[in-house]
Design a protein around this ligand. Structure first.
Ligand code: FNR
Length: 185
């Protein structure tokens, strides 16, 4: 029986009622028994300032340690102005610095996103994929989980109620587990 895989989940929204936090919680519930998903809250991560990169705050240290300890990363991204929100871009920048100390280097990863709009974060997900190239994250290509009309799929308690969405999220987490085992050899 191989070791349990640890997946670290990041949501690019600080909003209490966030749809992206909701799909990440659903991913945690739907993670198969051979893995465990822990959500890292980006609240309190400082804005990246290169002058201060050699003096990381406690939050930054905890964040980078959690990334390093994880076997794989799962990112839930909103779409802001056709791209990823500053919260998420900042989190990626913080993770990647100082130069030569990229906590994401070589990690298997998967992405998903939710929006009340028609395209379910398709545009932001492709921008995110571009940044992941330089971060040297090994991103899963499919399934693509783009949750459109998210307000109809998440209830007032922040639970994903739509069966098809839950199936797609479960499929993604399962595929991430297989992908991670494959990359670990
Ligand atoms: C948005 N929203 C949005 N939605 C979308 O599908 N495409 C977009 O380009 C944008 N742009 C955008 C910009 C800004 C500044 C805000 C605040 C919002 C709407 C967005 O999808 C919606 O607020 C989601 O609820 C954000 O995700 P969370 O917070 O629910 O996870």
């Amino acid at each position: 029986m191989p070791n349990k895989l640890s997946i670290l989940g990041l949501a690019g929204s600080l909003r209490q009622g966030s749809y992206n936090r909701a799909i990440l919680r659903a991913a945690k519930e739907l993670t198969p028994p051979e893995a465990e998903l822990t959500i890292f809250d980006l609240e309190g991560l400082p804005l990246f300032n290169q002058d201060l990169e050699q003096q990381p705050t406690e939050k930054v240290q905890a964040y980078k340690a959690a990334l390093r300890a994880a076997d794989a990363i799962l990112i839930a991204t909103p779409e802001y102005n056709y791209s990823i929100p500053g919260v998420l871009k900042n989190a990626l920048d913080v993770a990647s610095r100082p130069y030569g100390d990229n906590a994401l280097d070589g990690k298997p990863a998967a992405i998903m996103g939710a929006s009340p709009g028609l395209l379910g974060t398709a545009r932001s997900q492709y921008h995110l994929r571009q940044s992941c190239v330089f971060l040297n994250l090994h991103l899963l290509n499919r399934p693509e989980v783009m949750v459109a009309h998210a307000h109809e799929k998440v209830d007032a308690q922040g639970r994903v109620t739509d069966a098809t969405t839950r199936e797609k999220i479960a499929e993604l987490v399962q595929a991430l587990v297989v992908w991670t085992r494959k990359l670990q050899g």
